[in-house]
Design a protein around this ligand. Structure first.
Ligand SMILES: [Zn+2]
Length: 150
């Protein structure tokens, strides 16, 4: 087959989101299947990627620039879904973080960190980018606490 007409996925080439142009995170098929319909999941080739740009309307895409929008995906985390939780695995919300900061003890945050480290934690499937949510949640907590002057 003529290579010019068959754009083969090349793992050395950065996977750029067709909408915002930023590099995506490679995600497993199981992760994508947990967040979109079967038909949508089958519309993407492998490898497939998650777009990490907060405001981008693309959730998943592949190297042939086929994409699934955030509107067609479900259970995305904030801010990809402005109404979504911070952590889909354990349901930690923005309000929980505010409550932790108000109380001066990050009880809820610590619980998420503890549970994420347990065997069988389902982050890889439940989190839209297939990564444990701990780093993202902690980053948000520190930023939010600084914003609130805590
Ligand atoms: Zn994007």
């Amino acid at each position: 087959m003529n290579k010019a007409f068959c754009k083969e996925p090349d793992s050395t080439e950065p996977a750029l989101c067709p909408a915002c142009g930023r590099e995506g995170l490679a995600v497993a098929v199981e992760t994508i299947r947990a967040h979109v319909t079967v038909e949508s999941a089958e519309s993407l080739g492998e490898p497939a990627f998650f777009c990490t740009t907060d405001t981008c309307t693309v959730a998943y895409f592949d190297l042939l620039e086929r994409s699934i929008t955030t509107a067609a995906a479900r259970d995305l985390f904030w801010p990809k879904d402005p109404a979504g939780p911070l952590c889909n695995c354990h349901g930690l919300s923005l309000d929980d973080v505010d409550a932790d900061i108000a109380e001066g003890v990050p009880t809820r945050l610590r619980e998420v960190v503890r549970r994420a480290a347990e065997p069988g934690a389902a982050c890889a499937v439940r989190t839209a980018d297939g990564r444990p949510c701990v780093a993202r949640v902690q980053k948000y907590f520190l930023r939010r606490r600084a914003d609130l002057g805590g």
